[in-house]
Design a protein around this ligand. Structure first.
Ligand code: ADP
Ligand code: MG
Length: 461
């Protein structure tokens, strides 16, 4: 069982912070992992994380501590998630993307370009016959709606759960990529789309959570088995309090939704860490789209790394403290990453029964849509999934594979039955012949032969 990696990162003071408080900071370094935080109420508070990064820390060192082990895992088919958390302006996007995703100097490159380069380096240097393929998807969660950043027409992607694949974004655009430069170009298109969406909806990127997913699939020719490692990077929306920003109207609604999803994230973390029997406690993943998407990451089936981004300035002390407390809590989550073999998780027969049941449920839900509105039906579908009555049917390739398997099994058992029938018919024919000969022999017996039988019977009396 390996724990979650949690690091804290303090960005340099901003010009407005210097204007307000000069070079004064609310943190005092102890060593590479620990620091003291000066709190007005509680005095000095000591925090210890896996690593602490300060204004002079290089982007490369953040990648090495936080992301490199997770990238290695993804290539070995172990799922991983990296989150940046903190108030707006604390350095989440700088840590994720760097100073621009395409034209950024080597020094300031963020986690995403480094992850992409690392991923392709590892794949290209791997020896042996394993074939790798990488796919990218990019979505944004804004006001509890999941928007596809590679296809703007998909503005309300549904989150489903599959027995074999865990949490999936139904119908999300996944773009196959062959090399790092191509992946970077595709992601920069997604980021540009995010900006278009922002101006259309009058939002800023700090108002939405951005989820980048890299799916690394590997196939071994010997046994035709496929293994998949998913690497998810999440640039979270700002965690600042509503009161401080003085938001009103739509801004207030946005802030409330962000707070709701971030507190849902906090509640999930609390539920996962509050008791030793946390497995038995209800974990409220369904309270927000964010926690639902992160269910596999938080629930322990993959590796997780959290970067708590903070301002070092006393003017943001309360936000920094709440970010650090969130990180300290998350340190107690236990993660037990495992390789997911696409065929192994549940048996084919179980899967086919589940699929049949699901299709039946979907048919009924479709009929209901005409009578009681789509929203209520979607709620009902959620309930059915929650109760374990329904799972999301596997994608078409899986269904086709299942269909081919069943068809070939039926054909071979029919052939066997035919062969058995043919040999049974032969046997019957043989027995028939024997009987016919016996009958003919019996009819040919003479009258006196038959009479002697009668007399011998009578003599017994
Ligand atoms: P967030 O995404 O958390 O809202 P940003 O990443 O956009 O915050 O950072 C806010 C500003 O601070 C940006 O101008 C960014 O370039 C700068 N910044 C953040 N972290 C660092 C850092 N470690 N070094 C230099 N500049 C940084
Ligand atoms: Mg940002």
């Amino acid at each position: 069982m390996s724990k979650v990696t949690v690091c804290a990162r303090f960005r340099p003071l901003s010009s407005s912070e210097i204007r307000d408080h000069g070079s004064c900071v609310s943190i005092h370094r102890i060593d590479k992992e620990s620091f003291n935080f000066k709190d007005e109420k509680d005095g000095d508070l000591c925090f210890s994380f896996d690593k602490a990064f300060y204004e002079d820390s290089a982007q490369a060192s953040v990648y090495e501590a936080l992301a490199l082990p997770i990238v290695q895992d993804a290539v070995n088919a172990i799922n991983g998630t990296i989150l940046t958390y903190g108030q707006t302006g604390a350095g989440k996007t700088y840590s994720m993307e760097g100073a621009g995703i395409l034209k950024c100097d080597a020094e300031r490159k963020g986690l995403i370009p480094r992850v992409i380069e690392g991923l392709f380096e590892m794949i290209n240097s791997s020896h042996g016959a394993t074939a790798y393929s990488v796919k990218l998807s990019m979505v944004e969660i804004y006001m509890e709606k999941v928007r596809d950043l590679f296809d703007m027409s998909k503005d309300n992607i549904q989150i489903k759960e599959s027995k074999s694949q865990g949490i999936i974004l139904s119908g999300v655009t996944e773009i196959p990529v062959l090399e790092a430069a191509e992946a970077m170009q595709i992601l920069s298109n997604g980021i540009a789309n995010r900006a278009v969406g922002e101006t259309q909806m009058n939002v800023s990127s700090s108002r939405s959570h951005c989820v980048y997913t890299f799916t690394v699939q590997q196939e071994t020719p010997a046994d035709k088995r496929t293994k998949t490692g998913k690497l998810i990077l999440v640039d979270l929306a700002g965690s600042e309090k509503v009161g401080k920003t003085g938001a009103e109207g739509r801004l207030l609604d946005e802030a409330k939704t962000i707070n709701k999803s971030l507190s849902a994230l906090g509640n999930v973390v609390n539920a996962l860490t509050c008791s030793p029997q946390s497995k038995l406690t209800h974990i409220p993943y369904r309270d927000s789209k964010l926690t639902r998407i992160l269910q596999d990451a938080l629930g322990g089936s993959c590796r997780m790394a959290l970067l708590c981004c903070c301002s070092p300035s006393p003017s943001n002390a309360s936000e920094t403290l709440s970010t650090l407390r969130f990180g300290a809590r998350a340190q107690h989550i236990k993660a037990a990453p495992s390789v997911i073999l696409s065929e192994d998780k549940i048996s084919r027969t179980q899967e086919s029964t589940i699929q049949k049941k699901d299709l039946e449920c979907e048919r009924i839900l479709d009929m209901l849509k005409d009578r009681i509105g789509t929203e209520e039906v979607e709620l009902l579908e959620e309930l059915l999934i929650l109760e374990g009555i329904m799972f999301y049917p596997a994608p078409t390739e899986d269904l086709k594979l299942e269909y081919d398997n069943v068809t070939s099994k039926i054909i071979s058992s029919l052939q066997k039955a035919l062969e058995e029938l043919a040999s049974a018919a032969d046997e019957l024919k043989k027995q028939n012949k024997v009987l016919e000969t016996k009958l003919a022999a019996a009819e040919n017996r003479s009258f006196w032969d038959k009479m002697s039988d009668v007399f011998s019977l009578l003599s017994l009396w």
